[in-house]
Every structure is written in structure tokens, then in C-alpha cells.
Design a protein around this ligand. Structure first.
Ligand code: NI
Length: 195
């Protein structure tokens, strides 16, 4: 396995919509997923999308830490999920605000509105179909990663840029928002994730 270089905001690969993968069981996909998992772990992230490692393909990986889910949420799936050609649909109209970060936008966090409850589908690199419902942090991570496949960064979703802050200043925001969820592909450092 190989640690991959993570593209940072400004690199055009992050802004290009990624084409679908023709064959999810292609060994190249399995290799990419293994490298993405290693790269995400090395960067203390909870999610990573292929364009973030300079690969324009519809592939995401994520691992939602159970201890970060809200008490009233269903448990997120245990362990790691890798999805090829993932798709998403909101389950209702509810929008939740939560803190996000991104491995491609190091050091910054912001409050982003996301669908509170979603259904998502995709194929594993082994060729198995996955269909799940998600809410809370789990739903937020999936939406953030799929956005990367469409060239969208969390900043694009922020209605209020006064909530864009450095990680070291996040506690000022948290004092104000208390019970909102935190997420992103980022660090599992208790300050919200980076994806
Ligand atoms: Ni991200």
C-alpha cells in the first residue's frame, strides 16, 4: 500500500466532476481503495474521496466513529465502508447544521447545512451492492464525500462564512451551537472530522 498525496483546495482535480467507474471489481479500484484507506488513516480523517488523491473516479471511503454519533442516532456502520459509484437521496426535507472540515482544506472548519436523513447506495470493490439509511454524522460524512465526486467543497455549501474558522478557534463556535453535530473528513481529535 502507498500513502497518496492529498490535493489541496486550488488544485483543479477537486473541481472536476468525476466519471463513474465502469467495473467496480477492477483490481485497480481495490488497489486505489487500499491506498485511500491508508492515506485517510495517516491523515486522521474519517472520510476520503478519490479526487482528493488526484484520481478522477467515483470512489469514496469513510469510517464513522461510533463515539461521535449522537445518543439518539442509530449506530453508524462498524468499521470501514468503501463505495464505488455511490448515490444519495434525501429521506425528508429536514436540514441539519453541523461543523465540517476537509483534508483538502487543512486547518479550517465551518458550519454546513446537510440533509438530516438520507438513503445511499453503491457497490463495494468486491462487487456487493450496499443500500443504507443514515442520519447525523454518518449522513453528513456521506454527503460531504459524494460532493467531492461532483467537484463541490464544503465551503460552497456554507450560507454564512462568518462560521468559517481555524480549528484552534472552533470552541468559540461550539459554545454557540452546543448540540449540533460535527463532521467532515478530518481528524478524529474531538473537534469534528475532516473529510
Ligand atoms: Ni473533504
Amino acid at each position: 500500500m502507498t500513502l497518496l498525496k492529498i490535493a489541496r483546495m486550488g488544485h483543479p482535480v477537486l473541481r472536476r466532476p468525476a466519471p463513474a467507474v465502469a467495473d467496480p471489481r477492477d483490481p485497480d479500484v481495490a488497489r486505489l481503495v487500499a491506498d485511500m484507506v491508508e492515506t485517510m488513516a495517516d491523515a486522521d480523517g474519517i472520510g476520503l474521496a478519490a479526487p482528493q488523491v488526484h484520481v478522477g473516479r467515483r470512489v469514496i471511503v469513510f469510517r464513522v466513529p461510533a463515539e461521535r454519533a449522537e445518543a439518539d442516532e442509530p449506530e453508524p456502520p462498524a468499521g470501514l465502508t468503501a463505495l464505488v459509484n455511490p448515490e444519495i437521496e434525501p429521506l425528508d426535507d429536514e436540514i441539519a447544521l453541523g461543523l465540517e472540515g476537509c483534508l483538502s482544506i487543512p486547518g479550517l472548519r465551518g458550519i454546513v447545512p446537510r440533509h438530516a436523513r438520507i438513503r445511499y447506495r453503491g457497490t463495494t470493490p468486491e462487487g456487493a451492492a450496499v443500500e443504507r439509511e443514515a442520519e447525523g454524522l454518518h449522513a453528513r460524512v456521506v454527503q460531504h464525500e459524494i460532493d467531492h465526486l461532483d467537484g463541490i467543497l464544503f465551503l460552497d455549501r456554507m450560507p454564512d462564512l462568518t462560521t468559517l474558522v481555524f480549528e484552534s478557534e472552533v470552541h468559540h463556535l461550539l459554545d454557540e451551537m452546543e448540540d449540533e453535530d460535527e463532521a467532515g473528513d478530518g481528524a478524529e481529535d474531538g473537534e469534528g472530522g475532516r473529510r
